[in-house]
Structure formats: C-alpha cells, structure tokens
Design a protein around this ligand. Sequence first.
Ligand code: PEP
Length: 256
Amino acid sequence: MTKIFIANWKMNKSRAEAAEFFSRFSVHMQSDAPVSGARVIVCPPYLALDTFAHFQESLSGVELGAQNVHGAKSGAFTGEVSVPMLAELNVSAVILGHSERYQHFGETPENVRARATAALEGGLTAVVCVGEREADYRAGRSEEVVLDMLRRSLPPPSTHGIGSLVIAYEPVWAIGTGLAATAEVAQSIHAAIRGELKEQLGDAVGEALPILYGGSVTPDNIAGYTAERDIAGALVGGASLDPDKFFDLITRGSKR
Ligand code: PEP
C-alpha cells in the first residue's frame, strides 16, 4: 500500500516562510528519489495555500491540503471556507476533526461528519481524525472512545467519494507532547478502527481505506509505525515544519 505523509502546519508560517519551505522541500523532492512511492500532502494555513502554486512544477508529486472546511457550499457562515473555494486553489485533501478543533472551537463528531461528507462529495480526500484523551487512555478506554467517535463522525456509506476517506488515529495525549504511542499500541487501535470501518462501510471499502497514526511522529520513530500492518503513514505536526526533517521522515517511513 502507498504510504501517506501529511504535514499539518497548524497556525504556523507566514506566506514568505511557506515559500521558503516549498523552495527547500522541492530541492529534496527533485534530487532524492526514494520517496516516489509515497503520497505527500502539505496543509499550510489558508492564507499560504496559494503560495504553493509558484512551486507546482518543482513539487509535482506533492499535494496541497487544508486544515478544515465547512459543510455548506456558500452562505452566512462568517469566518468559514467552503469545498469549492479550496478546490479553486487546487487543494486535494482536508483534515477534519483535529483534536485542537474539538478543544478550542467546539467541533463535534456530528459536524465533522457533515464537513467530511461535503469534502468527499466535492472530490477531496477527507482526513477524519479520532483519538482519546489522556484520562481515557489511563483508564484503558482508548478503543471504546475512539470507536464511538469514529461511528459518530463517519460519513454515510452511500457518500459519493467514500473511497477517498482517510482516518487518522491521533491520541490527544501524544499530540505535540513528545509522548508518542508505541507502534504496538497504535497498531492495536488501528486494527480496531479497521474492523469498525469494515462493519460500517463494507469489507472492500473498510479494508482499503488508509489509517494514519499521528502524535509526536519524528524521523526516528516513523519506521516503527509504517512497519505495522494497519498503519499506512502519518499525520505530522511539529516535525513537518522543517523541510529537511519532514523529508527525512518521509524517506525513512516509506522504506520497505
Ligand atoms: C498533529 O498536529 O496532528 C500532530 C500529530 O502534531 P505533532 O506531530 O506535533 O504531535
């Protein structure tokens, strides 16, 4: 299976800093061959999305992603951005339901479902995040919490483009903390997610959908995750801000 590596820059980098990243990253992508089998998606803040256009030729294998999107095509939703607006900028993927959206902006699994459905129907790859908080992890309730969140945020099986869904398992306690889940712990949750996807969406779709791990992934630990059966790659925050580090991570994570 093609490995997927998604850079989530969060609210970091000005347009000038984004250009600097793309420029250095393109040098790696052009000169170092071993990542040709990987799918690489970079998600800058909205205002730096169109900066990518200047590098499209030198970054031809790299996709552009956004960090959120609204479920409606247009309307009275101050501060929001729609799927057609992203598509106009050649955005091909969007992260939905990141834990920071739940924590700081009141998102719910139900509105993540609406947003993910609109993204898929508009032709985007929808990356739906799920993950338990530290208290649930400590109480041994990770699987239960994650599967409940997944059931509530999954788009309906009849959604056009459902095959372009990606799930990201991101334990909240591992995001930005340096306390990454072990590959074994992540794999066991991924296997449970896989089982639920098959139940909800049918065996063929459920077996094919990529499930990514996110939470303090670095060049040093990535290979442990991608060696696992149900871990198709990573959603990367901090380690994606430096082009050399992110490229190193992709290289190590896509080696067989
Ligand atoms: C994230 O923001 O989705 C994330 C996993 O962050 P970090 O890699 O910094 O833990």
